[in-house]
Structure formats: C-alpha cells, structure tokens
Design a protein around this ligand. Structure first.
Ligand code: FAD
Length: 503
C-alpha cells in the first residue's frame, strides 16, 4: 500500500522548441540523452544500427540472436523464462544514476550476490592445492590468519621499522587477533571461519573444523598469484551491496525505449557524420537503402572502435582520440543446466568461482534460487584469454567451457543443456567491451571528448571515468544534455554530477 520512494529527476531550467537533435546509438547513453532532451522540448531522432535497442546492455533469452564477425549466427535455445546478462550484470550500491533511472523508470531490482565465500578458487598447476576446488573462505581465512600471526610476531620482536607506544602495540595486537582469528598466544589455528568438514547438527554432532592449509601449500598453489588471486571483490565498485535488474539487466534499456515512442529508428547504420554550417548532416542506411538526416546538433555515443571506421570531419584532436583509445577484449558464455547442482549439491547461491585457466570466472545466478533449472556464466574472461577463446568456433567455446568447468563441477556432464557465447570484441557495432585508459591517455586523448566538436557532442561510457559501467552511460548522457541545453538556451549550466567517480 505504501507508495514507492520519489525519483529525483534531472531538471534543467528553460524549455526549447523547434531544435532538432540526432542521437547516434540507442544504448543507455543515447536513449537517456533522448529521454532527457525530449522532456526539455527538443525534437530527437535516435539512429540505431542493430535491430534491438540497448547496445551492450543486453540479456540473452530464448530466441536472442547474435552474429559475430567470424562466426555463424547463433540463436539462443535457452528455455522460456531463463536468461543471462551478456553485458552488465551488477550495479554497485553507489552508482546513484543507475539506481535513479531504475527508480524513475519503474525497473524492479534485486540483490546481486557478488561476494560468496562459499564459491571456489581453482588453480591448475603442480602444488598440493592445485587442481582442487578450494572454498574461498578457506583461502581467505587461512591467509588472514597466517599474515596476522606473522605481523603480531614481528611486533612482539620489535622487528618493525615503526615506533609505537605500548598502548598502540596492545591495540594493534588486539586488532590482529580479531582480524586473523588468532588464539590467546597470537597463533593461527583453524576456526569455524574457514568452514567445517563435518557440519554441526543436533545431538552429538558438534561439527568438525578442518585443519588449515599450510602456508607453504597456499604459496605453492598459485592461489595467491597476482594474476589469479582476485582482490576485485574488495574494490570500491565490487563491494556489496550490489544489485541487478529483475528478469535481466536489459529491462533498464527496454524501460527507456518505452519512453521514446517513434523516436528510435533501428536497423539504421550510420556511415557518415559531418559538421555543416550551423548544424550536422548524418548519412545512414536502413536495410541497404541510403538515407540522410540534418539537425541543429548531434550526440554521438558510438563505441570508438566503430566510430573509427565511420566517415567524419572531426578535428584532429577528436579524430586521434577516436582512433587510438583501445577497448578491452572480453567474452562470456551462458550455460543452461537442467538442475541447479551448485545450489543443491554444493550450497553455492550466487557469487563467483575464480580460476587461473581460460575460464577466469564462473558466475552463479543471483536469481530464482531453489528453482529447477539455471544458467551459469561458464566463463567471463578478458584480454589474451578472451582473445584466445573468442577465436574458437562456437562449438569449441562450448567444449572448452564444459571441459574446464567439469574440473570444478563434474555435474556439468550430466546436467548441461545448451550454451550461448558472446565475444564483445568480435561483435559488430561494439567491437570491444569498454574503453581502456591509462594515466597518459586520460591526458592526451580522453580530454578531446569533454567538449563538442562544433555541433557534434560525445557521450557514452568512453567519455567518463566510469568505464565498464552503465553509470558511465547515464552520467555522460546527463552531462551532454546539460551542455546541449546550455548551447540552445545560452545559459551557463553547471552539470549537477552525482559526485561519484568510481575511478
Ligand atoms: C561484458 C560486459 C560486462 C559489463 N558489466 C557491467 C556491469 O556489471 N555493470 C555495469 O554497470 N556495466 C557493465 N558493463 C558496461 C555497460 O554495459 C556499458 O558501460 C554501457 O552499456 C555502455 O552504454 P553506451 O550507451 O555508452 O554504449 P553502447 O551500449 O555500446 O551503445 C552504443 C550504441 O551504438 C550503436 N551503434 C554502433 N554502431 C552504430 C552505427 N554505425 N550506426 C548506428 N548505431 C550504431 C550500437 O548498436 C549501440 O546500441 C559491462 C559491459 C560489458 C561489455
């Protein structure tokens, strides 16, 4: 019966009539720009190359299709009602604009369980702990214990190069004991934190805690190697609480589309963007038929590897940035299983298993717990691993995911039903996962997108410090809308940023 919390809509002063804006791309940035500009009275047309909206914000469901540059068309055979997020799958709790648009557009969200101590670390190699699935809680708590024990000993032996008062020493020792689960002698012995080999129960079942792994075994195992040991879960963006849109992340894109009736032209492939006197001319083709559109201004949200192949008359600074900002290679595979064995047999509810092989990660679904079937993300990899796996045929990708995944979950063999894989760097109209900047390229290239190139404005995750996040698309759309509106109302508007950069 309670009304939902109010959304804090973007409100800029002044309405404008009769100004035409062409927006290139119906991803989240393009559609958000169109949505906000339409509210202000602008007449918008969004040109979208694909036959669907959403761009990278895409959930694969029954009947979804995908054709990569070097593979035959795939048609998803997932069961009705099942899905996986080929692009974005998680929303940080501090991405205020992403959550704002979910609220304003009425998209229900649910908790995305990004951190699960009950999932596994799996390292291929020669150590005593290699080629075995080890619960993350065992690795985390044993290492926490050993490291805090070492530090406590070093402090006791005055072996640290810091001067501390006796009071500070006693406080830090208390902290280390609590943090590492050390005993009264400041030694690490296994505790319930790392889990049980026999679970506690009723009557005479107190539960049995396993011995800790030895430090030498942990060190040898490869489980701590920097390219494997995943600290990402501690990073700002990946800390809990995280969310997902119920029923698939592209419900956010679909909700935006509903707000833009008659404004989006799909299957409209842009081939040329030209600044002309007092306006912009865009050439595009619909099913091969050439068309042209002029407007007072344009907002270009096309991913840079795509834009780089499009005819334009941008300044040399912009042109250089378009051509030289690299994008990450990344891929995912969705695997449908007839039984949720990770829940039924292994008590894994959401979260991520990390591997050092080509899979890199297995994501367990954070929805429909205790349901019958489910879809795992069988790999989610990056850079060289994504390049190698992306170069395989669709069947070979599936075989790799099943073969490597079976090392961790032997149930794969009996329970697997169907797969669907996406290599973003091989996907037309994306050609990459997201923009990759370094400190240097932020200075030399990134800045070119901060201001318009005459009548052409730039938006999209690549024009923000929120690369790889939907929040980048939303933040950039708002900034660009404020800039466009300032131009036509001749006002100096301050873009009211939500103030969260996420790095
Ligand atoms: C694998 C993966 C995982 C991710 N995970 C997360 C996550 O967990 N959480 C999160 O918040 N974000 C995540 N992201 C990032 C998020 O998806 C993006 O930042 C966001 O969707 C980008 O939106 P955009 O509008 O800037 O670009 P896009 O979505 O790429 O939109 C650009 C649009 O332009 C269209 N286009 C391209 N060429 C042409 C042309 N020639 N003519 C006309 N139209 C054209 C495209 O079809 C597309 O619709 C992930 C992305 C990927 C790839």
């Amino acid at each position: 019966m309670l009304p939902s919390a109010p959304a804090h809509a973007f409100s800029l002063p002044g309405a404008v009539a009769g100004k035409r804006i062409i927006i290139l791309g119906a991803g989240l940035a393009g559609m958000t720009a169109a949505y906000e500009l339409t509210k202000l009275g602008y007449s918008c047309t969004v040109l979208e190359a694909r036959d669907r909206i959403g761009g990278r914000c895409w959930s694969v469901r029954k009947g979804s299709t995908q054709q990569e540059v070097s593979n035959p068309t795939q048609t998803s055979q997932l069961d009705d009602g099942l899905y996986f997020n080929a692009g974005p799958s998680r929303i940080p709790h501090h991405h205020q604009l992403t959550l704002h648009y979910c609220r304003e557009l009425g998209v229900p969200i649910e908790i995305y369980n990004n951190v699960n101590e009950g999932a596994y670390h799996f390292s291929e190699g020669n150590g005593a702990l290699s080629n075995k699935k080890i619960r993350i809680r065992e690795v985390h708590n044993d290492m926490r214990g050993y490291v805090t024990e070492m530090l406590a000993k070093a402090i006791d032996q005055h072996a640290l190069d810091v001067s501390m008062s006796t009071e500070d020493v006693s406080k830090i020792i208390e902290y280390l004991r609590a943090e590492g689960g050390l005993d009264a002698d400041k030694l690490y012995k296994a505790s319930a934190r790392r889990g049980y080999v026999e679970a506690p129960g009723a009557g005479d079942k107190p539960g049995k805690i396993a011995d800790p792994h030895t430090l030498a075994d942990l060190l040898q195992s490869g489980l701590l190697a920097p390219d494997f040991y995943n600290v990402a879960e501690y990073t700002y963006e990946l800390q809990m609480t995280m969310f997902q849109a119920k029923g698939g992340m592209d419900n956010i894109a679909k909700a935006l589309e509903k707000k833009l009736p008659g404004i989006i032209k799909t299957q409209a492939v842009v081939s040329s963007i030209q600044n002309v006197e007092n306006g912009v001319k865009v050439k595009y083709a619909v099913k091969g038929v050439a068309q042209e559109l002029t407007a007072d201004a344009c907002i270009c949200t096309l991913p840079l590897p795509v834009l780089s192949n499009i005819d334009h008359n941008f300044s040399s600074d912009v042109s250089r940035a378009v051509d030289f900002v690299p994008y990450i290679q990344t891929g995912k595979i969705g695997l449908q299983f007839k039984r949720r064995f990770w829940e039924e047999d292994e008590n894994i509810f959401g979260g991520i298993t990390h591997t050092n092989n080509d899979l890199t990660q297995i994501f367990y679904p954070s929805n429909d717990y205790l349901g019958k079937k489910g879809v795992l993300i069988g790999y989610y990899n990056f850079n060289d691993k994504a390049k190698k796996v992306g170069a395989l045929t669709l069947k070979e990708r599936e075989q790799l995911a099943l073969e490597k995944g079976s090392l961790i979950h032997p149930q794969y063999k009996n329970e697997f039903e169907t797969s669907f894989s996406v290599s973003w760097h091989l996907t037309p109209y994306s050609l990459g996962g997201w923009a990759l900047y370094t400190g240097d390229t932020r200075q030399s290239l990134y800045k070119a997108f901060a201001k318009p190139d005459r009548q052409v404005y730039f938006a999209g995750e690549h024009t923000t410090y929120l690369n790889a996040w939907m929040a980048g698309a939303f933040e950039s759309a708002r900034k660009t809308v404020a800039d466009v509106h300032a131009r036509f109302t001749e006002q100096r508007l301050q873009y009211p940023s939500s103030g969260k950069s996420g790095g």
